[in-house]
Design a protein around this ligand. Structure first.
Ligand SMILES: Nc1nc2c(ncn2[C@@H]2O[C@H](COP(=O)(O)OP(=O)(O)O)[C@@H](O)[C@H]2O)c(=O)[nH]1
Ligand SMILES: [Mg+2]
Length: 317
């Protein structure tokens, strides 16, 4: 049984992050096994920890930074307990993530505020739009969805199903239609109806990567026709279970469209979560939301302290 009923911006610190802790890497966080008590943070121990962090998708640069900070915090004294190391790690990770924890701000004067979701096929774009629709609707916004993934009929139907579930209108055309035309139509319709927020889906697969990137560039360009500030949010949806491949994807999308936010999905599955540290180290793009399941309520704001705490397994493990 799952706790339901969420209202608006209410912070779900306890419940949600307890769930995140349970789900992240199936309850193992980064999966670090410590056994540090009575030892010193010497070369051997640093190497053990380095291997574990790299295996947890933290990446080389972020791993180096973490170990450097840990040495600074713990010095060469004998370590009393794993809890002491965990506490130090929580602080270090939260500090690395904090500047990236910037919640999405809706400019309500935009009418519509256009939120374009990009990412490769299967990363969770359409599901994230569904979750956002639920969340933003609960907050009282007037919404519209645009079925910009015209690549497959199933993709359009999937978005329409989320629209029906949340009682939100969906602008769609036939499969194979020009996605930029769909987005333009939707921008016009949203403006005519005085909608607050337009959530626009896109395809993640084309004949080739260059084709996909060219199409996204066009979508972004056309979306700015009616409002030069649109799309106001260009959100990359990234599948955390891709590990270090998520990093190269993020860099590529950022270079193409200039991302303004990242939402990380599937942190409940094989995703170890360490990849966010790697991303934080390499890209100056805010983390908006995290997804920990397939249902509408399985998403929340990214919070650096809570995420760091969930990454470092509890002291009793
Ligand atoms: N476990 C889990 N599954 C997810 C999450 N987000 C999306 N999915 C699933 O991933 C699959 C692909 O999602 P979809 O939204 O269709 O991806 P898209 O191709 O990027 O639009 C679907 O089966 C979703 O239910 C998540 O946070 N956790
Ligand atoms: Mg989709």
């Amino acid at each position: 049984m799952r706790a339901m009923a969420k209202d608006g911006e209410q912070k779900k610190s306890g419940g949600f992050f307890a769930r995140l802790g349970e789900r992240l890497n199936r309850g193992r966080g980064l999966g670090l096994s410590l056994g540090f008590a009575g030892r010193k943070l010497d070369a051997e121990l640093l190497e053990e920890l380095e291997t574990q962090l790299l295996l947890a998708d933290v990446g080389v640069a972020a791993t180096d930074r973490i170990l450097e900070q840990l040495q600074r915090k713990l010095g060469k004294r004998v370590i009393e307990s794993d809890a002491q190391v965990r506490e130090a790690l929580r602080t270090i990770l939260a500090d690395m993530l904090r500047s990236h924890a910037q919640p999405l701000k809706i400019d309500t004067s935009a009418k519509p505020f256009v939120l374009l979701v990009v990412g490769v096929n299967g990363s969770g774009k359409t599901t994230t739009i569904g979750k956002l629709a639920r969340r933003l609707k609960d907050q009282g916004y007037e919404l519209m969805l645009a079925a910009g993934d015209t690549y497959r009929a199933a993709a359009i139907e999937q978005l329409q199903a989320w629209g029906e579930r949340n009682d939100v209108p969906v602008i769609a055309q036939q499969p194979g239609a020009d996605p930029a035309a769909v987005i333009y139509d939707a921008c016009e319709a949203a403006r005519a109806r005085g909608v607050d927020i337009l959530l626009a889906d896109t395809a993640g697969r084309l004949q080739n990567k260059a084709g996909l990137m060219a199409e996204l560039e066009k979508v972004v360009r056309i979306a700015s026709r009616l409002d030069p500030a649109a799309p106001h949010e260009k959100m990359l949806v990234l599948d955390a279970s891709l590990g270090q491949n998520a990093i190269s994807q993020a860099v590529e999308f950022h270079n193409t469209v200039g991302l303004t936010g990242i939402t990380m999905t599937k942190l409940d599955g094989g995703g170890k979560g360490g990849v966010l540290l790697s991303l934080a180290e390499q890209l100056d793009v805010p983390f908006r939301f995290i997804g920990v399941g397939e249902q509408a309520e399985d998403m929340d704001l990214f919070d650096a302290d809570a995420f760091a705490a969930a990454l470092v397994a509890p002291d009793n493990s």
